[in-house]
Design a protein. Sequence first.
Length: 193
Amino acid sequence: EDLTIKRERESVGGESRMDDEIDRLTRLYNQAFVPMKGYLTTADLFLQMSEGIVSINADGKIAFLNAPVERLLGIERQRYTGRHYEDLFPNATRNFEIHEMVEDVLRNGAARTRDILVSTPSGRDVYVRATASPATGRKKESIGVVMLFQDIEELSRLRDQLRRMDVLASMGSTIAGMAHEVKNPLAAIRTFA
């Protein structure tokens, strides 16, 4: 630690700053993740995330689902693991955007993010922010797609409520202005009467 502080004081060039940043990141990694190594696997960490994760292999088969996806889509993980992703998003007409995202990432390898309406296997519609990213192997070859799902239905509801409140506030100020405009002539009529 003293060596890092000494390097920070002595550093003038960008290389020493880069070394310091790497040292700090290494310490952070060692403090945060190394103590968990014996307790959590990568799959355990993915299962505990708040965002929904679906990994799809190059053949389009589902390799992994976590609990938020189960809740979001109203499914059981065991029923869909190993099946084709089209079984998870069955209605091709209504789920064309999700199918298009997966196929695009499999073909072109570029990440995509969209806010879309997804039809679940039970027929319920859910508004989500979906991100599809290419999954690559150790040799940078494409091995599939990793999808993240975030439920934005609540966010959408809050946005709609804010819009309604804004409309009501502007209507209120318009009505108050109209009342003022009507009140002045009425006061003059009452005075003359």
